[in-house]
Design a binder for this molecule. Structure first.
Ligand code: ADP
Ligand code: MG
Length: 335
């Protein structure tokens, strides 16, 4: 197998926060996050709002400084790279945002917006910018006359096409897509997903696809990581993770998804109770307060993501200890 284009190891990011009037705490937005992505591959990152998905995406692109861990991108150690080398690397890694309108300045026509990254990174000579913009417009399915409009004068789907054109302008190898279709209608969403898949094939792009929608993830990614309160709790091939989940949290997510029910395990899991706080978390399973299978040991020790079947990882300590060939269907603990 070829070397991954992106290797993230033990990434951590915290934010100092106020806890009360006088005390401070540490909000753990991402902890011990490790993964790889190959050229041409999509890896999805799913989880509820606040689980740390965008933080991971921003850290990977160095839009934010992680506190710990390492990131290797195209054989470069991203966290120890010189300031002078950074712009060229930035051109190779791009982001597409959830809210296309908010990420496009209202001051310029969209033709100019698509040309902007070309100017900034000087990837083509100035006299070729117009031709390159026209090429990008065609690539993402925008008409030439759209170039003369402002972002608010085109539809949501067209705005996202502009966002994608901007991301592709500098010939990136990796694109972080942060909920790129969450703001769109279902029919438009399908068109944008198709466009993203076509572009990936055409340019052998690596995607980190952030989403909270399991149906979308199932369509677009062969591998998925499930995040909960800053940690990856399960990771593996998408079909396996969604149909033979190795973590109660994933089973809860799948059970709550109104898609054709893919869960092979018999149980539907209802995650009741309040999520625990991401501020100064205890060294224990973060799901304890909501997990129907929680036992005393779950709140007595820190958890670690472990490979339970080839390529399929879980952070659930009960699963790790009690499964037989990746099967674990315990009775819920009644309280
Ligand atoms: P997601 O994208 O999964 O919704 P985020 O990565 O946006 O999650 O946020 C993860 C956690 O980090 C949340 O608890 C959020 O409130 C917190 N967070 C994100 N950015 C900041 C910040 N700049 N300062 C303080 N807390 C933050
Ligand atoms: Mg987010």
């Amino acid at each position: 197998m070829t070397r991954p284009i992106l290797t993230v190891q033990n990434l951590g990011k915290t934010y100092p926060v106020k806890k009360g009037l006088f005390s401070k705490g540490t909000l753990v937005a991402a902890e011990d996050v490790s993964f790889t992505i190959h050229a041409g591959e999509t890896v999805a990152l799913v989880g509820e709002s606040g689980s740390g998905k965008s933080t991971v995406g921003r850290c990977v692109l160095r839009l934010e400084e992680p506190d710990s861990g390492s990131i290797e991108f195209e054989d470069t150690d991203l966290l120890n790279v010189s300031e002078t080398a950074l712009p060229a690397l930035r051109a190779r890694m791009q982001m597409v945002f959830q809210d296309p309108l908010a990420s496009l300045t209202p001051r310029h026509k969209v033709g100019k917006l698509v040309g902007e990254p070309l100017l900034l990174h000087a990837t083509v000579p100035p006299r070729e910018i117009d031709a390159k913009v026209a090429e990008l417009f065609e690539l993402v399915g925008l008409r030439r006359d759209h170039a003369e409009r402002y972002a608010h004068q085109i539809s949501g789907g067209q705005q996202q096409r502009v966002g994608i054109a901007r991301a592709l302008a500098t010939n990136p190898a990796l694109v972080v897509l942060d909920e790129p279709t969450s703001a769109l209608d279902v029919s438009v969403e399908a068109q944008i997903l198709n466009l993203l898949m076509d572009l990936q094939e055409q340019f052998n792009l690596a995607y980190l696809f952030i989403s909270h929608d399991l149906a979308v993830v199932r369509l677009i990614a062969k591998r998925v990581m499930v995040m909960y309160l800053g940690q990856v709790v399960e990771a593996g091939p998408t079909e396996d993770v969604l149909t033979r989940s190795f973590h109660p949290y994933t089973r809860g997510l799948v059970s709550a998804t109104p898609i054709e029910h893919p869960l092979e395990v018999k149980q539907r899991i209802n995650l009741t109770g309040e999520p625990s706080s991401p501020i100064d978390p205890k060294p224990q399973c973060r799901l304890v307060s909501r997990c129907p299978f929680a036992r005393p040991e779950c709140s007595q020790e820190p958890t670690e993501l472990k490979e339970v079947k080839p390529g399929h990882f879980t952070r659930c300590i009960r699963f790790q200890r009690e499964h037989v060939d990746g099967v674990w269907n315990p009775e819920p603990v009644t309280v």
